[in-house]
Write a protein that binds this ligand. Sequence first.
Ligand code: ACO
Length: 311
Amino acid sequence: RLDPRLEAFEARIARGEKIEPGDWMPDEYRRQLIRMISQHAHSEYVGMLPEGEWITRAPSLRRKMILMAKVQDEAGHGQYLYHAAETLGATREDMMDALLSGRAKYSSIFNYPSLTWADVGMIGWLVDGAAIKNQTMLAGCSYGPYSRAMVRICSEETFHHKQGKEMILTYAAGTPAQRRMAQDALNRWWWPSLMMLGPHDQDSPNTAVLSRWGIKLKSNDEVRQEFINEHVPELLEAGLSIPDPDLRFDEASGNWIHGPINWDEFWAVVKGNGPMNRARLEARRFAHEDGAWVREALAAYGARSQAQAAD
Ligand code: ACO
């Protein structure tokens, strides 16, 4: 017999109700959410680095202001998500420790280098485009705090996506050097963007339980297909070529079918051996240590305010 609490919990999800922090939930639901939300928070936090490096080298004041706003948004997304994980009992200290010690996973995509200015545009168009596909789905998830964080994050991501697309469309229609730079960025970011949406469904151990409890409403392959179908025609329209010789349109399904993905590369990156894994963690550790005085000052201020309130 099913635990009556589990039955009631599943009935609530079936009715489309949100599960809120104080509500009863299975331990595995809590564990899965902490895993996923903390990995997501780390991704936003590490995700500031590939583009942040370009702030001082932006080609105009307008581009610099857009990029600063975008990188600042990613920090904000990390904050909402760490808070969402805290509502489930995770602590900020443990999550930070897991990230900085290299135990935690974060998105593979941020372990690739941003080599030219066009990468900033391509990250906006492709990486934020893929993130929006995944996160619009998560905005409908069964856990209230995560679902609500996703609504705001997706609206900000839409701005990130648009600025990236606008930038690449400009360069793709620009001088020969600009066109080459845009194509080179696409060549390097295309496959990692497909990988970012996770392994094929048959190799995705978490999907079954996440779907059962309304956390994932679409599988990794479904989201990847949506992303490809939306982006391929637009990239081709821009006059760029997609670095996949097997890519073809399938009339029957209406889908663009991609060639084989290099999953060995994906797992190497996930396990810490991608081109930039070490540099990304070093940069985060440096920032953490460099910011110690801010945490200490906040703690001292908090203690003093509490003491004054008690007087
Ligand atoms: N990078 C790093 N690790 C990954 C990636 C990736 N792109 N894709 C999957 N993995 C990991 C999973 O976290 C899981 O590891 P774990 O079980 O040790 O925790 C393992 O590979 C197996 O994958 P799945 O069973 O498919 O994992 P899951 O069902 O959680 O699906 C997905 C992966 C789609 C990334 C999901 O976790 C998700 O939607 N997360 C929230 C969104 C997110 O984190 N986005 C980050 C990038 S967006 C941005 O920051 C701009």
